[in-house]
Design a protein around this ligand. Structure first.
Ligand code: AMP
Ligand code: MG
Length: 302
């Protein structure tokens, strides 16, 4: 789902009930994912918005309208590090296509969009949304997985599941306990090969989301180009290899902020902590930076 493997871990006495809960969660999550993507064949309201002529008003479904309002709040709070308006740049880069690109798009093309985008704006009146320039395209790629995981958890709860994890390729929500113990979550090392940076011991309602330079990338002339774009430059964000955010509110929140944290690095940590989240960063020099409050929960691999 959403180009990634979604893994369900449930603790329940009755496997038949547990499987029924998973089946319904999968169906609801897939439906939700289809409403949020700008890729694929099927049409949706976001795609309609993205092909609308400037000033034309488009009605977004209630849930998407709310999510967009939230995403624009995070854009502001993260000083633009996270932006749901980068659709055109993301399409130019092509990281979400089935086949990864082999070289960067022409700089002139990227910078022309960046220049227009800086002047463009989006407006709304309740669920009615419009833009003043067609350089601005919606893209929920950095928040959709988290949002969809939250939708799945709601379904599991409705089925009486109290101890579970839904993990969509490193974007996960944890509810309850693993038996009598905390859940133990490995944070992947960007170099892969099953290596981890360390592990988190965690329980209750918590989301753990990681944005990494290893998720979607290509190498060109000895340089790595990955899918997280710095909205100030139109190029992949530099300096960080992996950014993890822990949110006790929602996976959508952790998802949006992990992308922002990847773009801005450690200087964004105070802002995210102000909102009750915790952070873990691994930079290009191999330095690990973690929120003070995370120290007792995190076991670093030496
Ligand atoms: P994530 O893996 O959650 O960090 O999200 C990355 C995806 O979000 C990319 O594939 C793009 O579709 C989109 N994206 C890239 N850069 C940004 C950004 N700075 N803000 C918001 N979305 C972005
Ligand atoms: Mg994200």
């Amino acid at each position: 789902m959403m180009g990634t493997l979604v893994r369900f871990t449930l603790i329940h006495d009755d496997p038949i009930l547990a499987n029924a809960a998973i089946a319904e969660a999968v169906a609801v999550m897939q439906k939700s994912a289809n409403t949020l993507t700008i890729y694929g064949e099927d049409d949706n309201a976001i795609k309609q918005f993205n092909r609308s002529i400037p000033a034309a008003k488009i009605i977004l479904p209630q849930a998407i309208s709310k999510l967009l309002e939230y995403a624009l709040d995070v854009q502001e709070q993260s000083s633009g590090a996270f932006s749901p308006l980068l659709g055109k740049l993301n399409i130019m880069w092509g990281f979400s296509l089935a086949e990864l690109p082999i070289k960067p798009p022409p700089a002139a093309q990227l910078l022309a969009n960046l220049k227009q985008l800086k002047k463009a704006d989006i407006y709304h009146k309740n669920r009615l949304w419009w833009r003043d320039n067609d350089s601005l395209l919606l893209d929920f790629g950095a928040i959709a997985k988290g949002y969809v995981v939250d939708e799945g958890i709601k379904i599991l709860r409705a089925h009486g599941i109290h101890n579970a994890i839904i993990n969509a390729g490193g974007d996960m929500r944890i509810i309850g306990y693993r038996g009598k113990r905390d859940w133990k979550i490995g944070i992947r090392h960007p170099d892969g090969d099953g290596k981890v940076l360390g592990s988190l011991k965690i329980h209750g309602n918590a989301s753990v989301v990681t944005s990494g330079d290893y998720e979607r990338f290509f190498d060109y002339k000895g340089q790595r180009f990955h899918h997280i774009i710095n909205p100030d430059t139109a190029y992949p964000a530099m300096g960080i290899r992996s950014a993890t955010v822990i949110s006790f509110k929602s996976t959508a929140e952790a998802d949006a902020w992990s992308t922002a944290l990847f773009v801005r690095g450690a200087k964004l940590i105070p802002e995210l902590e102000k909102h009750g989240m915790l952070a873990l960063l691994y930079d290009v020099d191999g330095k690990l930076i973690i929120s003070k409050k995370l120290e007792s929960m995190f076991n670093k691999v030496e």
